[in-house]
Design a protein around this ligand. Structure first.
Ligand SMILES: [Zn+2]
Length: 142
C-alpha cells in the first residue's frame, strides 16, 4: 500500500493493518515467502516531512539449511520502529542538518508516499538469518 505523506500530515496518526500477498514481494534466491505478510501498527507525522512507523510484521518464509541443504519453514514475528525522511534531506552536500541525520538510523522515502510493501521487504531481508539452520541441524549443534 502506498501511504501519501499528505494523508499522514492531515491525520497526524494513521493505523496500518495490512495483508500483503506473498507474490508481491521478492526476497531473493535464498528465501521464499509462503504466507501473506501482515503488518499491524501505525504511522505518525513527526514534522519536517518525517514519518515515524511502528508496528509488528508477521510472515512465514521457506529457508534452505546451510548444513543439510533441506528446505524448512520459519515463522517471523518482527517488531519494528523506524523513521523515514525524504530522500532530498538525506543526500547531497553535507550541511549541518544533513550531518546530524547521517548519525541517526533513518530510512528514506521519495517525499510523496511511503510504500509499505517496500518497507516490509526491507524489514524481512534485514531479519533473515545469515546462516539458516533447519530444526534438525539446530538440535544437533545445541
Ligand atoms: Zn539442516
Amino acid at each position: 500500500m502506498k501511504i501519501q505523506l499528505q494523508n499522514i500530515i492531515t491525520n497526524r496518526k494513521i493505523k496500518i493493518n495490512e495483508k500483503i500477498p506473498q507474490n508481491k514481494i521478492k526476497l531473493g534466491e535464498n528465501a521464499k515467502l509462503v504466507s501473506p505478510i501482515t503488518i499491524n501498527g501505525f504511522m505518525e507525522y513527526a514534522g519536517k516531512e518525517e514519518v515515524y512507523f511502528e508496528g509488528t510484521l508477521k510472515a512465514k518464509v521457506i529457508l534452505t539449511c546451510v548444513k543439510c541443504l533441506s528446505e524448512f519453514e520459519q515463522e517471523f514475528e518482527i517488531p519494528f520502529s523506524e523513521s523515514y525522511i525524504p530522500e532530498k534531506f538525506a543526500s547531497g552536500n553535507s550541511g549541518r542538518e544533513n550531518r546530524e541525520l547521517e548519525e541517526l538510523d533513518v530510512y528514506t522515502y521519495n517525499g510523496i508516499f511511503i510504500d509499505t510493501e517496500e518497507i516490509a521487504r526491507q524489514i524481512i531481508i534485514e531479519n533473515l538469518p545469515p546462516y539458516p539452520l533447519c530444526p534438525v541441524c539446530r538440535a544437533k549443534t545445541e
